[in-house]
Design a protein around this ligand. Sequence first.
Ligand code: HEC
Length: 143
Amino acid sequence: MFLRNRRYLDYYYRLFTCGLMLFVVVIGLNAQQHPAAPHTHPEFQALANPIPSTVESIRTGRQRYVFMCRECHGNSGRGDGDMSHAGGVPSDFTDEEWQHGGSDGEIFTVIKEGVTADMQGYNNRLTDDDIWNLVNYLRSLGN
Ligand code: HEC
C-alpha cells in the first residue's frame, strides 16, 4: 500500500514538473512576440533595394498587392480592408508612420518574414523581386 502511494506521488510530481515546464515555455514564446509599439530593425536597414522604383516595378507591385494584400490593407492602402481576422489592425500605407521601420530593407523583411498572425510572411508565396516591387508600390502610396 505504501509503495503504491509513493508511485502515485511520483506520478503527480512528474505531471506537475511537466506542467511547469510547459508554462515556462509558453511564457517564453509570448515574450518573443513581435513588439506592438513602433520600433526599428537596424539589422535590416542595410538591405539595399536592388529594384529601381520605376513605373513598371510599381505596376507589378500593385498587381501583387491587389491579389494578396488589398483584402486587409484596402484598395488604396489605408488599412480599410476587412479580412484581418486575428484581431490585428492593418497598417495604413498612406500615413508617415512605419510601425516596423521605414527603410526599404525593413519593409521588405516585414513582408518576407511576417510579424503577426494577420500579417504573415510571404516568403513561400512571393519571390524576393516581387517583394521589392511591393516595397516600391507601398512607398509610392505615401506621395
Ligand atoms: C490578413 C490580413 C493581411 C494581409 C492579407 C496582409 N496584411 Fe500586411 N498587415 C496586416 C496587419 C494586421 C498589419 C499590422 C501588423 C502589426 O500589428 O504591426 C500589417 C502590417 C503590414 C506592414 C507593416 C507596416 C508598418 O507600418 O511597418 C507591411 C509593410 C505590410 N503589412 C505589407 C503587406 C503586404 C505587401 C501584403 C501582401 C503581400 C500584406 N501586408 C498582406 C494584415 C494583413
